[in-house]
Ligand binder design. Structure first.
Ligand code: ADP
Length: 484
């Protein structure tokens, strides 16, 4: 029997995206079709979402949802089955879904995302009978209160799973908000939404959802430790087997070097040499010396402490001295952006950078780089290394989180067995990164081995097929009461 899932999420590719969360929300429903799982996704009615809706149908009207009237729309957009919370007082704001034009969090974010969570919970309780799901799947802190609204209501509850895409974003707000959120006083308890004297949205979800998943097995282990748990490790340990890791995949239709319209020349595993045209196009585009023998390191990333790019900036002289080039696309912290912009001047022709968000360039960097560098301090799953595998750019990654789970280090044993797909380094330090750069240059000099690694990488299954099967198993366990 087809299982009905209500996913709840604050961003979804290709409508609104700030990071990997949107990619997952956009791709998982399609992959679940093969598992006989039908996903409808509840999202806020941001302008970009409203503009994309095809034939929206009003399925419910709210009189006074957190201050004003609102509507629930059912519609399709870009192949996605959506429920859209059309609440202009909360979501009719263009641009980034979380921050204003000055980069400051919207002051009413707790109410904006509590409203989304509350509507999800009500859908779970039969708000629109024909749309009642078998399981609710909530994503990240924005939807952490779904499980709280269900728990502190006296109506029938639907099973819930919460997926954490990044433990660094927790959504903590003052306890005085409790009445405005429509939660009873008893919810403010250690086994409820209380978190170190605040209301913790993520904490509530981790505590109260029937199951918790995160996006790789290694990250699932890391967040149970004081170093990786960011204050939630004790709670996560107490949840025992209710916490697990399921790796992300990527949309192999969007990320397909054989058909990608955003790259200079298509190629596949049988025609890897055609990558050369992409490397040339990338070098030209980023003002790098056009040189097929230069080892091009690509980076596509948010510029933040998490991503470890300060270490790369510090070790750029070694990268350049070894004959390497850097092609970086990123947006985020001005300090890092300025640092790399300065490096493009100091290392003219060897370091190129675009400061911004550019989907097409992200594809060209994957197709034209020899290596994709991901030196993250922590990384729940990471998607750019999965794209890199598919595009035959060897991932050079820190051995943390999902990076540890998705790249097979080309050490001597792996080389002898012919199974490596990239390089890993540990600990996440400048010295270890520099050591890894030197290893990479050594490998580059051994082109037959390099080509073998490239083919291994491109043959790795990075699709959603396996992850979707794992989610489907979890949903079915929850729906049949076998988990919880
Ligand atoms: P995170 O979600 O922590 O930012 P992930 O690796 O999980 O990191 O996902 C990042 C996604 O966003 C990838 O699909 C990547 O290609 C994309 N991305 C990141 N920065 C940029 C950028 N500046 N321009 C285009 N795409 C980007």
């Amino acid at each position: 029997m087809t299982l009905k899932i209500l996913a709840v999420v604050s961003e979804i590719y290709p409508l609104v995206k700030t990071g990997g969360l949107a990619d997952v929300a956009g791709a998982l429903p399609g992959a679940l079709v093969a598992e006989d799982v039908a996903v409808t996704t509840l999202v806020p009615g941001y302008p970009a979402v409203m503009a994309a809706l095809k034939k929206p149908e009003v399925v419910h009207s709210f009189a006074g949802l957190f201050g004003h009237d609102a509507r629930l729309l059912k519609a399709q957009a870009k192949g996605l089955d959506l429920l859209v919370l059309d609440a202009p007082h909360l979501y009719n704001r263009p641009g980034n879904p979380y921050v204003d034009a000055n980069g400051k969090d919207w002051i009413d974010n707790p109410l904006r995302f509590a409203a989304l969570s509350r509507v999800a919970a009500e859908l779970g309780q039969g708000l629109v009978p024909k749309l009642t799901p078998d399981v609710i799947h909530a994503h990240d802190w924005q939807t952490g209160l779904v499980a709280a609204y269900l728990r502190y209501s006296d109506r029938q509850a639907v099973p819930t799973v919460m997926t954490v895409h990044n433990m660094a974003f927790q959504g903590q707000y003052g306890r005085d908000l409790l009445p405005a959120l429509g939660l009873p006083a008893r919810a403010y308890a250690i086994d409820g939404v209380e978190y170190y004297g605040t209301i913790g949205f993520l904490k509530a979800g981790l505590q109260l959802s029937d199951r918790v998943t995160t996006v790789s097995p290694t990250y699932a282990a890391e967040i149970r430790t004081p170093e990786g748990g960011m204050g939630m490790d004790g709670l996560l340990r107490s949840r025992g087997a209710a916490v697990s890791g399921i790796l992300n995949g990527i949309d192999t239709g969007v990320w397909n070097p054989a058909t990608d319209p955003m790259i200079a020349a298509p190629y596949d595993v049988a025609h890897v040499s055609a990558r050369a045209a992409n490397k040339k196009a990338l070098q030209q585009k980023l003002g790098l010396d056009v040189d097929p023998n230069a080892l091009v390191f690509g980076v596509v990333s948010r510029l933040s402490w998490q991503k470890g790019l300060d270490l790369l900036l510090e070790r750029l002289p070694s990268l350049v001295a070894g004959g390497g080039q850097l092609a970086l696309l990123g947006s985020g912290e001005p300090g890092l952006a300025n640092g790399f912009a300065g490096a493009t001047v100091v290392h003219g022709g060897k370091v190129g950078m675009v400061n911004g968000y550019d989907e097409a360039l992200a594809h060209l960097i994957q197709a034209g780089s020899d290596v994709i560098l991901v030196p993250s301090r922590f990384e729940p799953c990471g998607l750019t290394q999965l794209c890199a595998l598919r595009y035959g750019a060897l991932p050079l990654v820190a051995r943390v989180g999902g990076l540890a789970d998705t790249v097979i280090d080309a050490n001597e044993v792996a080389l002898a067995a012919g199974v490596g797909t990239g390089l890993q380094f540990s600990p996440v330090s400048g010295d270890a990164l520099e050591g890894a750069l030197l290893r990479t240059f050594d490998l580059w000099r051994d082109r037959p081995s390099w080509k073998k690694l490239q083919k291994n990488a491109m043959k790795t299954d990075v699709s959603w097929t396996r992850p979707a099967a794992a989610y489907a198993r979890l949903y079915r366990d929850l729906a049949s009461g076998r988990a919880g």
